[in-house]
Design a protein around this ligand. Sequence first.
Ligand SMILES: *[C@@H]1O[C@H](CO)[C@@H](O)[C@H](O)[C@H]1NC(C)=O
Ligand SMILES: *[C@@H]1O[C@H](CO)[C@@H](O)[C@H](O)[C@H]1NC(C)=O
Ligand SMILES: *[C@@H]1O[C@H](CO)[C@@H](O)[C@H](O)[C@H]1NC(C)=O
Ligand SMILES: *[C@@H]1O[C@H](CO)[C@@H](O)[C@H](O)[C@H]1NC(C)=O
Ligand SMILES: *[C@@H]1O[C@H](CO)[C@@H](O)[C@H](O)[C@H]1NC(C)=O
Ligand SMILES: *[C@@H]1O[C@H](CO)[C@@H](O)[C@H](O)[C@H]1NC(C)=O
Ligand SMILES: *[C@@H]1O[C@H](CO)[C@@H](O)[C@H](O)[C@H]1NC(C)=O
Ligand SMILES: *[C@@H]1O[C@H](CO)[C@@H](O)[C@H](O)[C@H]1NC(C)=O
Ligand SMILES: *[C@@H]1O[C@H](CO)[C@@H](O)[C@H](O)[C@H]1NC(C)=O
Ligand SMILES: *[C@@H]1O[C@H](CO)[C@@H](O)[C@H](O)[C@H]1NC(C)=O
Length: 551
Amino acid sequence: MKFLTCSLVLLLFASLAHSQEAALKATCRNVPGSPRYPSAAEWDALNVTLSGRLVTVVPSAKFCTTLPRGACTDDQWGSALFRSTIPGAMDQVNWEQGYDLSPPSLCLRNGTTCGQGDVPPYAVEAKTVADIQAAVKFSSAHNLRVAVKSSGHDFLGRSTAPSSLLIHTHKFQNISFVGSTMTVGSGVYAKTVYEQGKANRKIAVGAVAATVCLGGGWVQGAGHSALSPALGLGADNALEFEIVVASGELLKCSMLSVAEVPAAGGVIVSATFHVYPTFNATSGSIFLATENNTVLASLATLHAQHIFDWDSVNAGHYTTVIRNTSTNGSIFVLETYMPNTTASQSMALLAPFLNESLALPGVSLLLQNFTYGNINDALFQDDDSVGFNAVLGSRLIPAATYRDSPSAVGEVYKKLLESGVTEILGAMVAGGKVAENAHISSAVHPAWRTAKMYILTVGTWDDSASLAEIDQIRHLFQKAHLPIIEEITGPNAGAYSNEADVLEPNFQTTFFGPNYGKLSAIKSKYDPNDLFIVGAGVGSERWDEWGLCRV
Ligand SMILES: *[C@@H]1O[C@H](CO)[C@@H](O)[C@H](O)[C@H]1NC(C)=O
Ligand SMILES: *[C@@H]1O[C@H](CO)[C@@H](O)[C@H](O)[C@H]1NC(C)=O
Ligand SMILES: *[C@@H]1O[C@H](CO)[C@@H](O)[C@H](O)[C@H]1NC(C)=O
Ligand SMILES: *[C@@H]1O[C@H](CO)[C@@H](O)[C@H](O)[C@H]1NC(C)=O
Ligand SMILES: *[C@@H]1O[C@H](CO)[C@@H](O)[C@H](O)[C@H]1NC(C)=O
Ligand SMILES: *[C@@H]1O[C@H](CO)[C@@H](O)[C@H](O)[C@H]1NC(C)=O
Ligand SMILES: *[C@@H]1O[C@H](CO)[C@@H](O)[C@H](O)[C@H]1NC(C)=O
Ligand SMILES: *[C@@H]1O[C@H](CO)[C@@H](O)[C@H](O)[C@H]1NC(C)=O
Ligand SMILES: *[C@@H]1O[C@H](CO)[C@@H](O)[C@H](O)[C@H]1NC(C)=O
Ligand SMILES: *[C@@H]1O[C@H](CO)[C@@H](O)[C@H](O)[C@H]1NC(C)=O
């Protein structure tokens, strides 16, 4: 494994004064009301340094009440693009809530009261590197909790934190293609990458979503893609980062293995990726209906038996199972991305699976749709549908499980559905190049290299749910789902850290595997005072749930 090889680009700030150093060793960070919390005059001075780009932040539900109509429309509320215009908004609104604060602090849509919850009181709408440096320096000097957000497309609530100073990188929208590389600012969305990629006749490995920022949290967590079996993980394709670290210095990190960046901690300014000449692909969707959990289990077994059928074209694919709670029938959706494959070739590759599926009693075809064209068009999404409450839990499933015991996979689906799960997602984004790239210097969890797919359960609730119900749903993955999934993975399978349960008790091994010790050492070098702490991230074992007090 290679270590950080960073060169100093710019040194703006001398080391911190002694008194500030003492503050940083304090047990707790300063929060509004603390004697050493910045005064109004100090915030104003920061705002002047930032040319007015310091803003006060409110939860998205409160923001809606400030609009001319006094409310957001349903379309606005559910649009990731719209939510990205609200500094305090997270895509999944549960992350804005302070369920565990004492007393709990919530701000619900159409609610009559509104608490700030886990939404930071202030944000820096950073536009320049100097803005980020000023925000980092101010946070260090005043012993504040820092949160960093690019888009808020975040399933672990890492882009927000109560009483913190939010550094928002949305304005970092530069994108350029040079030779076989692309450099993106940390606020550039996947949809922009595909639009610009098409114009430049290049394709970047990126998410199948509109507002995921490739140079933000996506790559820091390894970054999977429908193209990963063909071209590797995002982390495997990352070449360089510009990152503002805790000292306020802007570092340029060449050959930096990606998981080392979140380990070191910092605010990414830009990321440079390897990109490839564009090619055509077929994206396909197959929607199947199943009558009951037993039938769904048989279908999941068939899918597991056929999962290697599409390796010849290095396809990536996603599965969605949604159970209808009144009938227990489910919909099974298979979305495939097959590089350099025509629609008819793609259908031929899927025919054995589809034919056997339709031969199962209780399975019917709802619709199928295959589209051939530029890969950038296939991956492009215009917007993401968000605005609800959701927590996830996941595990990487070894390729050997699919090879040796596909019917056990079907059994796991059945047990999950019977235990009450209504939504099970799967991402076949490993194998192929992901397995071949095991040698690449990288702190990616080695479980990625032997996995075929990962399975994810989704827990959701309505705003009418009680705090006790919400608490139960938040803990269901560890209590009920994980023991079922471990029947096919064993106890140390590992998880994709960007789509997982932030409450993982052994997150060090679950998210980082054998790399954790080295990552911790990197962090103590670049972020000795733990300025950059996220839930279930490197060093977070030293902090409470909110990153506010050392434990
Ligand atoms: C920062 O300054 C701008 C204009 O100079 C102002 O609009 C904004 O409200 C100020 N922010 C805060 C938090 O006071
Ligand atoms: C909130 O009110 C809007 C209308 O302003 C309505 O469309 C929406 O369904 C309501 N949402 C909830 C969660 O009550
Ligand atoms: C974005 O590009 C412009 C023009 O090349 C440059 O002036 C600016 O510094 C860049 N911004 C960042 C944050 O890199
Ligand atoms: C569940 O099935 C019932 C009965 O077929 C149907 O009326 C209802 O719309 C379904 N619910 C969902 C969410 O699909
Ligand atoms: C659906 O499954 C649940 C739990 O397994 C069970 O309690 C319920 O009776 C089932 N409903 C139907 C319509 O079969
Ligand atoms: C697609 O085909 C082109 C031309 O043969 C080839 O260069 C490229 O590597 C292929 N891409 C993938 C992802 O298979
Ligand atoms: C699948 O079924 C279709 C229609 O029944 C048939 O034309 C095709 O040959 C079958 N394919 C395979 C691989 O069995
Ligand atoms: C599930 O549906 C299949 C197909 O209709 C049927 O044969 C089977 O008896 C059902 N099983 C249960 C447990 O309801
Ligand atoms: C098929 O997929 C294409 C591309 O995603 C989409 O534009 C089209 O509306 C879809 N057709 C149907 C019938 O769903
Ligand atoms: C890619 O697909 C587009 C749209 O179908 C088509 O016009 C073009 O000829 C295809 N290119 C190649 C190299 O097959």
